[in-house]
Every structure is written in structure tokens, then in C-alpha cells.
Design a protein around this ligand. Structure first.
Ligand code: ADP
Ligand code: ZN
Length: 514
């Protein structure tokens, strides 16, 4: 049996391990159970292929993606590894089973539904296993975004295998999902290895939306290469594409509602171009191989930090500098929260809320974006990266607790059905028709905010909506969310961030220079 480093060089032709591959391989070689969380492209396959070559017996790989499995078998075989797959699509199953039992296979790929059959269990007992690798391991967790019931049965299967080292692999797993995988597959906590999430060449910027057409036009003006603009709906996609095209840049749209021929043509044009902008829904980008995307912009909030990481990660895959821009609004949070309450199964709501709260923390943070992302993935990054908006131009963050209390009181006193403009008018003490008609000029909150505070009402409302202290109905009417009372009572403060650029603009406007 070769040593791992020898196998890396002779079989794969690489000189050294990357990231934490070696740590994972060391554990498997020592017979320990492991969960490796590494992003796509980090090199997870080698972490089971090499131990499979270096240990006695066959490495069993459970993978849900049959098409991928055959790719893996092909490339492994090309590298001189004895590999086969056992799926309904393979007609040489008898031969494969024979080789497996004879010990003539380094790697055997199976789908989870096969691994859970009685027949397969009997087969495995006649063979010798070096390890069991469970790919896409987040599928075992109901908490994760891609639960597959077949994965549940793997628990019994791996229990049956006892001491055979288990290696669970995934590219996406938040804290909760990770804990779930460890528990389901009986992997000790110290067996968790994560790394390789940093995309140092990406510059992260996150800005409140404030005229999205103009904001995107600025991104386009500053970024000459090709880019992707993600829009939340098909409609928005087409509208933004038309708007950006009118500024003179080659622009196409991409969403599931387009004629397949148009879609394919647009995609093809984008892949071969060097400066085209694709305005698309998030379906665009999966499986598209274009390493020189120079920027990714989001016109609305991605649905989780994982999604944000994955979507921004489509920029700069060639390793050259690339930029990412997220534009968000309070209404994105309001809409997402309403969707959770109405469209999501009860048992999944907790997870979805938590994912959304993590997004709120990210967009509102005054600190390094990269550090927040990497910590979310379980790494321990430096405090500052020097390549995100907050590191490059530290925003001013200040205590807006008093304004938050005044705004929440105004919502409460007006029976929680008015929008932010009306509440702001009440706090300002304006005698508008609407206020006089409703008698709101007689409330104790009428006219209690000064000019300085009034300028903060909108950013404060945005912050309160993002963290679920305020909720908006379909007409923008604001009512209390669960996080309202502690802020109203002064038990919790509210710090808000004003992006430096916005402050500058506001000043420019008052001096008439904008
Ligand atoms: P993942 O499964 O994590 O998405 P892969 O296993 O497909 O990633 O590996 C991504 C690419 O990186 C492959 O082309 C692989 O051959 C290459 N690779 C993996 N490990 C190394 C290494 N130590 N040195 C150089 N290239 C590597
Ligand atoms: Zn930073």
C-alpha cells in the first residue's frame, strides 16, 4: 500500500495537499470518523480516494448524484484507480458485485437508496471495506436545505459497519446542519474539519438599496469585465436588463420563463463574451463554466448566507480580482418573513428564520464582511480582511436606541397599521390631513423627534425590519415583531450603520452638489 503523499504524486500527479486535505486524510488513515466541510472545488474527492488507495479493502462512496458518479468513475479509472458504480443505470452490476467481493475494487460508488437495501447490506458483509464516504452529507439533515429521506437510512447502515471509518463530506452546512450530521452519523465533535472557504480575490460590498437602477449603473461603470446581476423575479430581471442595456452595455436576461432557445443563446453569448452583463434569476450560474466573471451584483437579498456565498462565488473563479455588490432593502426582509409564515412548513420555520437573521447580521454589520462569512462557516479568520467595504471605508456606527424607541412607540400608539412615512410625520409633528383625520396630533408621540432624529427614522426602520422588531404588511403598515419589546423597554440597544457613501451624498444634496 502506498503512503498518502506518494499516492497523491504518483496517481494524481499533484505535489502537495491543499488546505486541510491532509488533516482529513490523516484521520481516515487512522481509522477515525470525520466530517469535512469544504467548498466546491476545494478537493474533497481526493480525501476519500487517497485513503481508499492506501488502505486495505474497497472504499464505499455514497452519492446522490448518479450522473456525477459516472464522471467520478471515469476520471478515477483514467487515473488508474479500480473504480465502479452500482446503480440502476449500470448493466454490468453482476460483474461489479463480483469484483467488490473479490477485493478487486478501490472505490465503489452507490446511491443512498441502494445502500439502504437488505441485499446490499448482505453484499457488504461479504466484502472488505476500507472506508465509507458519504458525499453531500447535508442531505441527512432535515434542518439543511436539501433533506433526502434516503439519507436517513444511512444511519443504520453505518452503525452496522461499526469501526469502518466514516467520512462525511459537504460543501454547505451551517452550524445546526453540521451538528445534525455529526449526531446522525455518530461522528465525534473533534472529527469536524472545515476550511478553504475564503475567496481572497473577491471584494465584498453590501449597501442599502437606494435607486437600484442608478446603483447598478455605477457598478457597471466601475467594472468593465463581464458580470452577473441577480434579480429577485422574472419581471425584475427583464426590467433591469432593459434599463441597463439603455446605458450602452451589452446586456442579456436569463430566467426560467424565457423561451429555451433564447435562454440558451443568451447563455452562450455570455460565456464567450468579455464584457457582457447577464441579468438573471439565481437559477443562472449553476453549472456554467465561466471563470472570468468580474463582478456579481444582487439587486435583492439572497435567501441565506450560504446562498450569498455561492452566488457571489461565481465571480473571479480564475483567481483574478473580482467584486461583489449586494443591494438590500427592508422590504426584502419583510417579504421573506411573510413567506416563512405562510409558505413554509411549520417544522422548517425555525431554520428559515435563523437563516434570515444571519443575513440581517451580515448586511447590517459595521465590521469585516469576510470575517462574518468565514465565521459562519466555522473558520477562525482575522478580524479584518482589507478587501471588503467595511475594511476599506469603515462606516460610522452609532447608537440609535432612542430613535428606535420613538419609532416603535409611534407604531404602537397608532395601533400598528401605518407605514414609515406616516409614523415619521407623527414624530415630526406635522399636521397633515391624514394625521388630523386620525387624531394623531393628540398622541403623546406627536412631535417628539428633532430634525437629527428624523433623518434616522428610515435607516432605523430598515434595521428594525431586518431584525424582526418590526413587520410590514402588504401595504407597508408596521407592527411589532418578537424583537420589538426588548428594544422598546431599553433592555436592548440598537446600533445602526450609515454607509459612508450615503452620508456624503446627503451632504452633497444639501449643498446642491449632487
Ligand atoms: P470538490 O469535490 O471539493 O468540489 P474536487 O474533488 O472535484 O473538489 O477537486 C477540485 C479540483 O481540484 C479537481 O480538479 C482536483 O483534481 C483538484 N485538486 C484536488 N486536490 C488537489 C491538490 N492537492 N493539488 C492540486 N489540485 C488538486
Ligand atoms: Zn473585510
Amino acid at each position: 500500500m502506498p503512503a498518502p503523499l506518494e499516492a497523491l504524486r504518483s496517481t494524481f500527479g499533484y505535489n502537495q495537499f491543499r488546505g486541510r486535505q491532509q488533516d482529513v486524510i490523516d484521520r481516515v488513515m487512522a481509522g477515525q470518523h470525520t466530517l469535512a466541510v469544504m467548498p466546491t472545488g476545494a478537493g474533497k474527492s481526493l480525501t476519500y480516494q487517497i485513503p481508499a488507495l492506501c488502505r486495505e479493502g474497497t472504499g464505499l462512496v455514497v452519492s446522490p448524484l448518479i450522473a456525477l458518479m459516472h464522471d467520478q468513475v471515469r476520471s478515477a479509472t483514467a487515473a488508474g484507480i479500480r473504480a465502479a458504480a452500482l446503480t440502476s443505470a449500470d448493466d454490468n452490476r453482476d460483474e461489479t458485485m463480483d469484483r467488490f467481493v473479490r477485493g478487486d475494487l478501490d472505490l465503489l460508488y452507490v446511491a443512498p437508496e441502494r445502500a439502504s437495501t437488505e441485499g446490499f447490506r448482505r453484499l457488504v458483509q461479504r466484502a472488505r471495506l476500507s472506508l465509507i464516504a458519504i458525499d453531500e452529507a447535508h442531505c441527512v439533515s432535515e434542518w439543511g436545505h436539501d433533506f433526502r429521506p434516503d439519507y436517513r437510512t444511512l444511519r443504520g447502515f453505518t452503525e452496522m459497519l461499526g469501526d469502518i471509518p466514516r467520512l462525511a463530506l459537504t460543501a454547505t452546512a451551517d452550524n445546526h446542519t453540521r451538528a445534525d450530521i455529526l449526531a446522525q452519523l455518530h461522528i465525534p465533535e473533534e472529527g469536524l474539519i472545515l476550511a478553504g472557504f475564503d475567496r481572497a480575490n473577491l471584494r465584498y460590498s453590501i449597501t442599502p438599496r437606494d435607486g437600484i437602477g442608478r446603483q447598478l449603473a455605477e457598478v457597471l461603470a466601475e467594472n468593465k469585465g463581464s458580470g452577473v446581476v441577480y434579480a429577485p423575479t422574472r419581471d425584475a430581471t427583464e426590467k433591469l436588463a432593459a434599463q441597463l442595456a439603455s446605458a450602452g452595455r451589452a446586456t442579456r436576461a436569463y430566467h426560467a420563463g424565457l423561451d429555451p432557445q433564447v435562454r440558451a443563446a443568451n447563455q452562450k453569448a455570455f460565456v464567450s463574451s468579455e464584457d457582457m452583463v447577464m441579468v438573471a434569476t439565481v437559477a443562472f450560474g449553476m453549472g456554467i463554466d465561466k471563470p472570468d466573471v468580474r463582478f456579481v451584483a444582487h439587486a435583492g437579498l439572497p435567501k441565506s448566507i450560504e446562498a450569498y456565498y455561492q452566488e457571489t462565488g461565481r465571480a473571479g473563479r480564475d483567481g483574478d480580482p473580482a467584486t461583489t455588490h449586494l443591494f438590500w432593502g427592508a422590504e426584502d426582509f419583510a417579504r421573506a418573513r411573510r413567506r416563512i409564515e405562510t409558505d413554509v412548513e411549520e417544522s422548517r420555520r425555525g431554520g428559515e428564520r435563523q437563516r434570515l437573521n444571519a443575513m440581517a447580521m451580515l448586511v447590517e454589520a459595521p465590521t469585516c464582511r469576510r470575517a462574518i462569512l468565514l465565521r459562519h462557516f466555522g473558520e477562525e479568520p482575522p478580524e479584518r480582511c482589507g478587501n471588503c467595504d467595511n475594511c476599506l471605508t469603515p462606516p460610522s456606527s452609532f447608537d440609535a436606541s432612542v430613535v428606535a424607541q420613538k419609532l416603535l412607540s409611534a407604531a404602537f400608539r397608532t395601533e400598528m397599521r401605518y407605514g414609515v412615512t406616516h409614523l415619521s410625520d407623527v414624530l415630526a409633528g406635522k399636521e397633515t390631513d391624514k394625521i388630523l383625520a386620525a387624531g394623531h396630533h393628540r398622541l403623546s408621540v406627536f412631535g417628539i423627534a428633532d430634525e437629527e432624529e428624523l433623518r434616522l427614522v428610515k435607516p432605523v426602520a430598515r434595521a428594525l425590519l431586518a431584525r424582526d422588531a418590526l413587520r410590514a404588511d402588504d401595504y407597508g403598515g408596521l407592527s411589532f415583531g418578537p424583537a420589538a419589546r426588548p428594544i422598546l423597554k431599553g433592555e436592548e440597544g440598537l446600533a445602526i450603520v450609515l454607509p459612508p457613501k450615503r452620508e456624503r451624498r446627503r451632504k452633497d444634496r444639501t449643498t446642491g452638489q449632487d
